[in-house]
Design a protein around this ligand. Structure first.
Ligand code: ASP
Length: 420
């Protein structure tokens, strides 16, 4: 069993590397139409089959595990404490993330003296009415929420069901038993779909690399490197600092434990689609208990996007530089506020960061056309920031689980002893 899972994580890494190499070779060596055929008939279908496979498990998994997790705690004050801590960590890490993005962008000045024509257009998104964001957490029809994958509504319904199940006492026990069985079956399905992950990751990566090549990145290199630099700083300084300060757990071990989920997030560009993998990593490799991560992770996939916040900070400065507009301190504060609010109202799916950015730009009066400039290179950045988004969710989960005593250190350090 140990060997099987170690081998699988190694194969996922190999799938990632092979996708990059094959994609690049194909782009450089093959004629464009052959490249196109390979992408359409091989890489794209393979990638989408894997993506569909994990996405199909998201709603049932969140619903069942969060209902059980809530029923397992059953105590409103503990639930409130877990919720409070989680939201506090999510908000503070996001604020740190935007600050890092802004600071680095100020040092590097991406976009100053840029000489590419601004002709692209981008449809901005309407800014939601702030109270609607909160009102819409309560669904009118839970089946509609599930069919549409509205994560906050599913979270609300699952927690309500869990609380009611505990409140009815004996009568609820058979349902809890039944849900435990369903939970085990869904976990097994996650494992089965993950057997396909190395090939799926290969397909997703090969498609992106072979489809885009590298030329498109060159004029925007400075912008991209600023974002990637800020993402790395946040991952390797902010998160380890939180881990050491609040849990004393070894941060290097943290990354050794979570990297399979980061690879899947990187390949799929979607925190939501990665949820089944993130949840499994939390349980089997970090040592968190279901009662904590069944709540923190779906919530995090929806409202906690540190990598996306970094992109929004850097992109705002970049677009202001391109148009020669000076930003004031009050506008920075507005960006922090808007970026955080926008992330609550939007789900972690590919490209949503740009939609959030359009709300931010509108709010502070920067031209939306600016998004057209960065659109071409956003795919790769989306992949990178999604990996950081889910690392942030897992870091917060570790903090909360450890703080609540819902954590198993033996599982956390198992890989150190050569187990997998
Ligand atoms: N793709 C990101 C996520 O799912 C969101 C974004 O930045 O576009 O977390």
């Amino acid at each position: 069993m140990k060997d099987k899972s170690a081998r699988l994580t190694a194969w996922i890494l190999i799938g990632l590397g092979a996708g990059v190499v094959v994609g690049l070779l194909q782009y450089l060596v093959l004629p464009a139409h052959v490249n196109e055929i390979l992408i359409r008939y091989i890489h794209d279908p393979i990638g989408r089959i894997f993506l569909n496979g994990i996405r199909l498990l998201v709603v049932p998994l969140v619903l069942v595990s969060l209902t059980l997790g809530t029923a397992g705690i059953g105590d409103l004050s503990k639930l409130g404490r877990i919720g409070g801590k989680t939201v506090a960590i999510y908000l503070t890490t996001t604020a740190v993330a935007i600050t890092i993005g802004f600071s680095l962008a100020f040092l590097v000045h991406p976009g100053a003296n840029l000489s590419i024509p601004i002709e692209s257009t981008f449809e901005g998104a309407e800014q939601p009415f702030i109270m609607d964001i909160f009102v819409n957490i309560v669904p009118t029809n839970p089946f509609k929420s599930m069919a549409e994958g509205s994560m906050l509504q599913i979270i609300f319904f699952a927690m309500l069901s869990g609380l009611a199940l505990t409140a009815v006492g004996e009568k609820g026990k058979p349902i809890i038993k039944g849900l435990e069985a369903v939970d085990a079956v869904i976990q097994k399905m996650v494992e089965m779909i993950m057997m396909f992950a190395p090939i799926g990751v290969f397909g997703l990566l090969a498609k992106v690399i072979a489809g885009e090549g590298l030329a498109v990145f060159i004029p925007l290199m400075k912008y991209m490197l600023t974002i990637i630099g800020a993402l790395l700083l946040h991952a390797f300084i902010t998160y380890p600092s939180y881990l050491v300060a609040f849990t004393r757990l070894n941060p290097i071990q943290f990354f050794k434990n979570i990297y399979p989920a980061m690879i899947v997030a990187f390949s799929t560009s979607s925190s939501n689609a990665t949820l089944p993998v993130t949840m499994q990593v939390a349980e089997k490799r970090l040592g968190s208990k279901e009662s904590v991560h069944a709540f923190t992770l779906p919530l995090g996939a929806t409202i906690n996007m540190d990598g996306t916040a970094i992109m929004q900070g850097v992109a705002t400065v970049f677009i202001a530089n391109v148009y020669g507009i000076d930003l004031h301190l009050s506008q920075f504060l507005q960006v922090v506020l808007m970026a955080t609010l926008a992330s609550i109202g939007t789900a972690g799916v590919p490209g949503v960061g740009l939609i959030m950015l359009s709300m931010v730009l509108t709010e502070i009066g920067l031209p939306l056309e600016g998004i057209g400039i960065i659109l071409g290179v956003d795919r790769l950045l989306d992949m990178s920031r999604t990996a950081i988004n889910i690392a942030g969710d897992l870091m917060a989960t570790t903090l909360v689980a450890k703080g609540e005593g819902e954590f198993d250190d033996d599982i956390y350090y198992a890989r150190n002893r050569g187990d997998d």
